[in-house]
Design a protein around this ligand. Structure first.
Ligand code: ATP
Ligand code: MG
Length: 244
């Protein structure tokens, strides 16, 4: 029996003459915390875009829980259980925080008349609390700080009850307190949710991840446990070449 949730085979994405993601094989097990690291421009966001469906591949295949999702658009993938937060938080600025979460939750719930409060509104409020946005979510998203918008986007992704959560630099721009809360939250997510995490802060990666894949110039150069990656010469080389 396999526990593979996500399987990417030879996934490729080109931009003109640049191959941003170059024949990448990647496996994420059900419930696994899998981190993607690598220098700027290594192809991490492009790979998340390919998994989430925002970008179409030029080659390769993607399977989610055994189903070929290569040709499905982002909305279908979201309904199949792929949630994501972006490198720049994507929220509806004119809606309140709570309404943002409700909008994200609705496509994932069948709700009859009269059940809206108990089945949608209340769980969405609870999610806002969980990510650290207290106060009932009455503030328009446009008025939230960058850190709060990140928290909101996380609540929106969780509202879809994902099996796979794609996180692109969730700690970027957060205060120390917010980072602390984020790490607590990600550590306490149930193992029904797998996480594919792009993060530059290696202290967080090593704390959260079960396995780490290192990308360099669109190619995976190493996959292993945090300990293996810390000791890997290939990883040190990839970073050294990128900075110098
Ligand atoms: N829409 C696009 N058009 C052209 N080139 C692109 C596009 N998106 C990404 N690229 C290029 O593809 C490569 C990979 O970019 P990507 O954003 O995936 O890197 P990254 O690993 O996420 O980097 P960072 O750590 O800086 O976020 C880069 O060279 C980038 O300039
Ligand atoms: Mg990126």
């Amino acid at each position: 029996m396999t526990t593979d949730l996500l399987v990417a085979r030879a996934l490729t994405r080109r931009y003109g003459s640049l191959t941003a993601v170059d024949r990448v094989d990647l496996r994420v097990n059900a419930g696994e915390r899998h981190a993607l690291i690598g220098p700027n421009g290594a192809g991490k966001t492009t790979l998340l875009d390919l998994v989430g469906g925002a970008t179409r591949p030029d080659g390769g295949r993607l399977h989610l829980a055994g189903r070929d999702i290569t040709r499905l658009g982002p909305a279908r993938r979201s309904r199949l259980g792929i949630g994501r937060i972006h490198q720049r938080p994507a929220v509806w600025p004119s809606l309140t925080a709570l309404d943002n979460v409700i909008v994200a939750a609705l496509p994932h719930r069948r709700v009859g008349p009269g059940r809206f409060h108990s089945r949608v509104r209340r769980p969405c409020l609870a999610l806002l609390d969980e990510v650290g946005l207290t106060g009932g979510g009455t503030e328009a998203a446009a008025h939230l700080s960058h850190g709060q918008r990140r928290q909101l986007e996380l609540a929106m992704a969780l509202a879809g009850r994902p099996r796979l959560l794609l996180l692109d630099e969730p700690a970027a721009g957060l205060s120390a307190v917010e980072v602390h809360r984020l790490v607590d939250l990600l550590s306490s997510l149930p193992r029904t949710v797998a996480v594919l995490l792009v993060e530059h802060r290696l202290d967080l990666v090593y704390r959260l991840a079960d396995r780490v894949t290192v990308l360099s110039d669109g190619r995976p150069v190493a996959t292993g446990t945090p300990d293996e990656i810390r000791r890997s010469a290939a990883v040190r080389r990839a970073y050294a070449e990128a900075v110098g």
